[in-house]
Design a protein around this ligand. Sequence first.
Ligand SMILES: CC(C)(COP(=O)(O)OP(=O)(O)OC[C@H]1O[C@@H](n2cnc3c(N)ncnc32)[C@H](O)[C@@H]1OP(=O)(O)O)[C@@H](O)C(=O)NCCC(=O)NCCS
Length: 156
Amino acid sequence: MAATPEKITLQLRKMQEVDLSEIAQIEQSGFPDPWPERSFQDCLHLGYDCRVLEQNFVIQAYGIMVVENGDAHILNLCVRSELRRKGRGRIIMDHLLDLARAGEANTMFLEVRSSNLPAIQLYESMGFSQIGVRRGYYPGSEGGEDAIVMALHLFS
Ligand SMILES: CC(C)(COP(=O)(O)OP(=O)(O)OC[C@H]1O[C@@H](n2cnc3c(N)ncnc32)[C@H](O)[C@@H]1OP(=O)(O)O)[C@@H](O)C(=O)NCCC(=O)NCCS
């Protein structure tokens, strides 16, 4: 079967400094407590795994992971709001899982707002399960919002 034009032009690549203003804009519409551009810069400088999914020179989604002492931690994942539910979040996560395995991480961890059902469903569909709760982890009114801590064993 012939590939669709969309599949031909979707490209996964390393994030670069030049991407950061575009990423900061996507981040603003992705989260109630968006990272400032400086946080992305720090991740690049620290050598974390920072990846973007691009189509026709437009960044569609990005993900950031760090692998340390045999553990992989997802620090950020976001898809442009108008392009959600088209498989891009899964593409980035699959790629980060491959990188984590290549980096010999045993377990991948992440935190997600307890109200963030799209993200929780994505992670559960990929095999993550809840291992804990951090009460009031995300600042906000009425004592903040809980973070669900999720994990996936990478070699079973
Ligand atoms: C969470 C997020 C990254 C998902 O990206 P996405 O590209 O929309 O997700 P995908 O299209 O790859 O969906 C993969 C699976 O996730 C689940 N999912 C995604 N969006 C969902 C939604 N709105 N409702 C229910 N399930 C959803 C489904 O299981 C879906 O599989 P399916 O479409 O075959 O049913 C995206 O919603 C986003 O960027 N949100 C804002 C930022 C954010 O919350 N990041 C995560 C922080 S922990």
